[in-house]
Design a protein around this ligand. Structure first.
Ligand SMILES: [Zn+2]
Length: 239
C-alpha cells in the first residue's frame, strides 16, 4: 500500500503540474496578444506626432511660397512706378504696394508661429522617440520571456505526460479509479497532504487518531470532510 500511495502522490503532483501548464497554454497567447497591441499603440502614437510635424512643415512651405508671391507683386508694382502718368495712378500704386506689405508682415508672423510649433514638436518627438524605444524594447523582452516559458512548458508537458502514463499502469487499479473519480469531483485534486492535523484540500482538521494513521502512509485513509485520499508528506514546507 505504501508504494501505491507514493506512486499516486507522484501522479497527483504531475496532474497538478499538467493542469497548471494547461492554464498557461490558455493565458500566455493572450498575454502576447496584449503586448502586441501595446506595441502597435505606441508606434501609432509616434506615427501621429510625425504626421503632425509633416503637416506643419508643409504649412510652412506653403506660407513661404505665398510670401515670395507677394514679394514678386511688390517688385512688379514698383516696376510700374516709372510708367505712371498721374498722381492718382501713383497714389493707387503706393496703396497697392502698402497692402502687399501688410500681407507680407502678417504671413511672416504666421510663419514664425509655425516655426515655433515645429521646434517644440521636434523637441518633444525626439524625447518621445527615445522613451518609446525603451518601452518597445521592454515589451519585446517580455514577449521573449513568455515565448521561452511556452517552449519550456511543452518540454515539461511531454516529460510529465510520459511519466504519468507509466504511473497510471503502476498504481493499483482500484486506487487509480478512486483517485480519478475524486479528481474529477474535487477540482483536479484527488489526493492531499495533511499538515498540522489539517487536510490541505479542504482545510478541516482530521481526528488525532486518524492523523497518526495517515503519518504511517500504509493504508488508504480519506478525509472525513472532503473524501480525498490523505497522504503524509512530512511537516516541512514542501507540499
Ligand atoms: Zn479534506
Amino acid at each position: 500500500m505504501r508504494e501505491d500511495l507514493e506512486l499516486l502522490w507522484e501522479l497527483q503532483k504531475i496532474d497538478l503540474d499538467l493542469k497548471n501548464i494547461n492554464v498557461e497554454r490558455d493565458r500566455f497567447p493572450k498575454e502576447i496578444k496584449k503586448l502586441d497591441e501595446k506595441q502597435s499603440l505606441e508606434k501609432e502614437r509616434i506615427h501621429k506626432e510625425k504626421e503632425r510635424l509633416e503637416s506643419l512643415e508643409k504649412e510652412r512651405k506653403q506660407k513661404e511660397k505665398y510670401l515670395l508671391g507677394e514679394q514678386d507683386k511688390i517688385k512688379r508694382s514698383e516696376g510700374r512706378m516709372t510708367e505712371v502718368k498721374t498722381n492718382k495712378e501713383y497714389q493707387a500704386l503706393l496703396s497697392e504696394i502698402e497692402s502687399f506689405k501688410v500681407t507680407i508682415g502678417r504671413v511672416e508672423e504666421e510663419i514664425l508661429v509655425v516655426m515655433d510649433e515645429i521646434d517644440e514638436l521636434k523637441k518633444q518627438l525626439s524625447k518621445r522617440e527615445k522613451d518609446i524605444a525603451i518601452t518597445l524594447e521592454k515589451i519585446e523582452a517580455e514577449k521573449r520571456n513568455i515565448q521561452e516559458k511556452m517552449e519550456q512548458d511543452e518540454v515539461v508537458w511531454n516529460e510529465k505526460s510520459q511519466r504519468k502514463d507509466i504511473l497510471a499502469t503502476q498504481v493499483e487499479s482500484n486506487l487509480f479509479k478512486l483517485y480519478n473519480m475524486l479528481r474529477e469531483k474535487r477540482q483536479g485534486i484527488g489526493m492531499v497532504s495533511v499538515k498540522h492535523e489539517t487536510c490541505q484540500g479542504c482545510f478541516v482538521n482530521v481526528p488525532p487518531q486518524m492523523f497518526i494513521e495517515v503519518q504511517k502512509n500504509n493504508s488508504l485513509i480519506r478525509c472525513p470532510n472532503c473524501n480525498r485520499i490523505l497522504y503524509w508528506d512530512g511537516n516541512g514546507e514542501k507540499a
